[in-house]
Design a binder for this molecule. Structure first.
Ligand code: MIG
Length: 660
């Protein structure tokens, strides 16, 4: 049962995260003690606090303070409070199972046992929000109810479950072809190659650098004939440049965010000076979404939206203030400490400053509204712009995902978790993020495999792949200046090939579970606590996950590990996929086990009476037969409800058949 409460004056504008009309209760919110700008609730010692989607640290969020404030911060370290998303959903899994959705477009802080270990304290500058409370029987049903409230998750095309290669950048057609050819030579399946910012003409959205991509349309279609999809990036900022259509149209129609006087707001990112499309204004959103058409007309069928927190390198106003300040110290060589630090801080404080956000305005439904108050809705609505346009422009499912997001964006696209690093701890982090992202509807998601910044190593990449092979978005992506990390760059290409083949073998199962999760408002990745809610050990485990109805995974995320401990809350059939493309199985008892796992091996645990279907891999998803399956069964009576459709029609058109 969902109940709605208006806290303070309620949300400053409708976030449109919720798709159901719910009459707010006249009474004040139960469970919470509201005092000033804080609302708090007592936690019991065994309560697990899930939620907050894409955030750092554990899957259980207890013991830290999180701030929903979409941030372009490439250093995902434990001391940080915010990432790119704002996913204000909390699930308390204790004696009671309670879901809370704090619906507000503004900054909001979740102090989850940081100030007081036994308290959840929610605060805002002024406490105005729409609160939804879901009281359920168990955690899965609370999540399901919440998901029903926020609407069906976006459904990605079947081909987008293939292996994807990205890098900042493959700047020319020649570079793209080299990647495609090398994968072909190595006989490793490949589905998508990404275009990062350098494909554009001077970083101008919806343009192409014709010297790098002569005959782009032909190039895209030639690749398509080979079932390779080219996925360009779109950045939020539109370059200020006389004669550039996107800029001219935006200025003419008042489609850009403004300053307080109604003049387009100046900021700078990759293209130099930019304006931000005012995606909170429905007319501007429609206009911006339709801009994707020039690429769609070239045959493009997938996009990734970046820099849409929105990220700001600097604004001319504050750059001027900064340089004036620095100039004022000219010739002063004996600085006191305050002067010294204020000098060095000045430059550091230029990007992504709240001062700048506070100077920017939206025209939301005819009302001028300060950006700072609605900051967390920007990435959501940029992606919504594209998603709404695709509904009209395209007949098929389109690949779309974004960096910044808010709850509600899950109806239009997925997310990737941004600039992680080639660190072992960032493999573990993915396991914590996935279930919490799934709770808020982000099912098509994944991390940069191999790690985005820093130099990867062969073993790290392999372990990343061994987890990433279960995530819908399976993309290897790396930062400019880092070691090359395409799979063919390494010594054990055979092992990588086997792993990608295994991913392809798993696609029928993964896609089936994924679409079912979309259609039924369920999660693809569940913490063990969701199924074994009475098992204290299972409840504490964060490095094993249930993936769909049949399996549990236990990836390795430590360098030079020869295996790992795995806890089985009930007897399961262990499948060890080996490097020779074969597998062994072993029936294991409930309890703790140490399992040896070589670098090139993958563990899957099949639940009792469940069945895992496997397909014959192929170089492309489109060439696979989704019905020619072999089964690994745990028990003679094992079954599996298999959903498959054509993988492309906008509305899912398949049905369930029970495999035995
Ligand atoms: O400021 O487009 O997270 O995936 O490669 C960096 C370049 C901008 C950040 C994205 C990353 C992408 C990069 N972008």
């Amino acid at each position: 049962m969902v109940k709605k409460y208006i806290i303070g004056n309620g949300s400053i504008i409708s976030t449109e995260a919720v798709v159901k009309d719910i009459e707010p209760m006249a009474s004040c919110a139960p469970y919470f003690n509201i005092c000033g700008n804080q609302m708090s609730l007592e936690l019991m010692s065994d309560d697990i606090v899930y939620g907050l989607g894409e955030t750092l640290r554990g899957a259980n969020k207890r013991g830290w303070k999180y701030v929903s404030w979409c941030s372009d911060d490439p250093n995902h370290e434990e001391n940080k409070n915010s990432l790119y998303g704002a996913h204000n959903f909390i699930l308390i899994d204790g004696v009671k199972k309670l879901g809370f959705f704090f619906d507000t477009p503004s900054e909001i802080t979740f102090d989850i046992g940081y100030t007081d270990p036994d308290k959840l304290i929610i605060s805002m500058e002024s406490l105005n929000l729409d609160l939804y409370i879901i009281d359920g029987e168990d955690s899965p049903s609370v999540v399901k109810e919440f998901r029903g409230l926020i609407g069906r998750s976006y459904i990605a095309p079947l081909w987008s479950f293939g292996y994807q290669q990205s890098r900042w950048s493959y700047p020319t057609a020649k570079d793209v072809m080299e990647v495609v050819d090398e994968y072909k030579k190595s006989k490793i399946p490949l589905e998508c190659v990404y275009l990062d910012i350098d494909y554009m003409e001077r970083y101008k959205d919806f343009t192409l650098d014709a010297t790098k991509f002569p005959n782009f349309k032909e190039f895209v279609n030639n690749l398509k004939d080979d079932h390779i999809h080219l996925i360009p990036i779109i950045d939020a900022g539109v370059k200020v440049e006389d004669g550039y259509d996107c800029y001219m149209e935006g200025v003419k129609n008042g489609y850009f965010c403004t300053d307080k006087d109604g003049k387009p707001f100046d900021s700078a990112v990759w293209p130099g000076l930019v304006h931000y499309p005012d995606v909170l204004n429905p007319a501007a959103r429609r206009w911006f979404g339709n801009k994707y058409k020039v690429l769609i007309d070239c045959g493009i069928d997938g996009f990734w939206n970046d820099m849409n927190e929105p990220s700001i390198f600097y604004t001319p106003d504050r750059l001027t203030e900064c340089i004036d300040f620095i100039a004022s110290k000219q010739g002063k060589l004996d600085l006191n400490l305050d002067e010294y630090f204020s000098l060095t801080d000045k430059l550091r404080e230029l990007p992504n400053s709240k001062v700048d956000y506070g100077r920017m305005y939206h025209n939301a439904s005819g009302k001028l509204i300060n950006h700072e108050l609605v900051h967390n809705l920007y990435g959501y609505n940029m992606t919504r712009a594209a998603g709404e346009a695709f509904n009209e422009l395209r007949e098929e499912r389109t690949l779309l995902f974004s960096r910044a997001s808010y709850v509600g964006m899950h109806r239009y696209g997925g997310i990737w978790t941004g600039d992680n690093k080639s660190w072992w701890s960032h493999i573990e982090l993915i396991m914590h993020q996935l279930p919490n992202l799934n709770m808020v509807g982000f099912l098509y998601s994944g991390a940069d495999l191999g790690g985005f910044s820093c130099d990867t190593t062969e073993d790290l990449l392999m372990r990343f792949i061994e987890l990433g092979m279960f995530t819908p978005l399976m993309r290897n992506h790396a930062c400019i200046g880092t070691r090359r990390q395409e799979l063919y760059q390494f010594k054990h290409t055979d092992d990588f090939r086997n792993l990608i083949n295994l991913r392809y073998a798993l696609i029928p199962y993964l896609y089936s579970e994924y679409v079912k999760a979309c259609l039924n408002d369920e999660m693809l990745f569940k913490p063990l606590a969701f199924k074994y809610s009475e098992d204290k050990m299972a409840r504490s485990i964060e490095d094993q996950l249930l993936v769909g109805e049949s399996i549990m995974i236990a990836p390795i995320y430590k360098q030079n590990a020869i295996g790992r401990y795995v806890y089985l809350p009930e007897p399961m059939k262990m499948v060890k996929f080996r490097s020779n493309n074969d597998y062994d199985t072993m029936d294991l008892e409930k309890g703790h086990h140490f399992i040896n796992v070589n670098l090139n091996e993958v563990l899957v645990f099949i639940l009792p009476n469940k069945l895992l279907p496997l397909a014959k891999p192929s170089m492309r998803v489109e060439d696979m037969d989704m019905y020619d399956l072999t089964y690994i069964k745990n028990g003679n009576d094992a079954t599996y409800d298999y959903y498959m459709d054509d993988g492309v029609s906008k509305e899912p058109n398949g049905s369930i058949r029970t495999l035995k």
